[in-house]
Design a protein around this ligand. Sequence first.
Ligand code: NAD
Ligand code: DAU
Length: 353
Amino acid sequence: MILVTGGAGFIGSNFVLEYAALHPGAAIVNLDKLTYAGNFSNLESLRNYPKHHFVHGDICDATLVDQLLAQYQPEAIVHFAAESHVDRSIHTPGDFLQTNIVGSFTLLQCATRYWNSLDEGRRTNFRFLHVSTDEVFGSLSRDAPAFTETHPYEPNSPYSASKAASDHLARAWHHTYGLPVLTTNCSNNYGPYQFPEKLIPLVITHALEGRPLPIYGDGQQVRDWLYVSDHCDAIRVVLARGHLGETYNIGGNAEMTNLAVVEQICTMLDELRPKADGSSYRSQISFVRDRPGHDRRYAMNIEKAKRSLGWQPRESFESGIRKTILWYLEHAQWLSQVRSGEYLQWLQTHYRP
Ligand code: NAD
Ligand code: DAU
């Protein structure tokens, strides 16, 4: 029995679907507020999986979380729930502080109460896995070595500052109260079910609709890309074998500039869904105003996870992006469903000329 928070979002739903497939019979309580980023339809294939208990609720609601822990008695909490989009954090930082900081605090408090109520054996086996990001480390210059787990925290956006705060809370709840916490800091994910506000699904959908492909600034910012299923695998490995109180960097060994990512998507779409007029999707690339405070480069040193846990990514960017594009081409209905009025409003506000 595990309690997952944010399991209707992009990574959370991939994790829940894989967990149910790999551990048939495992019970999963899935607590999600269903914000604009949470889509119950991501979990459609679990409709007939009786051990998936979906709870529509907020991680900031301590009464609800206490009640769920008492009722379901999970052996682990895997905490994905967050406001996750950097651009939105610039427009509405308050939501990020509330969910990412107050919500994580609430969850840690409830988890500690619950953990203290368990008998010795169950206390020993319990885990709280906090899912975090590479963005807490700040920005790297072009030739600087990749982030290690001991890199100083230098968050630059309201999103990364709120995630950094939650990482510090998780660390403190382990150090002070002994809660068996594990933390993962991961680079940029991509794959099925990612909400089309993020770079890769946004570019795929805009390309297919003949719209401009917006590249912030000069497009030379560098990110490390990890296929989502590799991230889910890493989380399962850390849950099973991670050392209590430790943090683990997770990444894809795939550093690329944003421009190179977009060009690769265009090339693959030219092959998989050629345009009627024979032109390349590259002709839709459009350089737009930069993101304020835009971090120049992230890169992850994943030696610790490799060495001490035996985890490493399986997909290359080439193989992962092909799978991703094919998934979006085959799931037009999912896309139209998640692109609600709220989404269209966001596009208008954020990408207005
Ligand atoms: P997402 O935005 O797709 O999903 C977040 C989910 O959390 C949604 O289902 C949403 O409804 C839910 N949620 C939001 N506020 C909530 C609340 N108060 N109570 C309960 N549920 C709430 O995010 P994602 O991309 O799947 O990211 C998941 C986690 O992984 C986040 O913690 C994020 O910081 C981290 N992360 C993401 C990436 C990435 O590239 N996407 C990389 C590294 C780490
Ligand atoms: O690094 C991990 C982080 O990756 C996660 O913690 C975040 O939750 C996740 O959203 C992601 O953050 P980014 O800001 O890196 O992802 P995003 O897809 O928004 O942007 C990727 C890069 O592409 C970034 O440098 C900004 C740029 N970009 C993004 C959008 C949406 C563009 O150039 N144009 C765009 O329209």
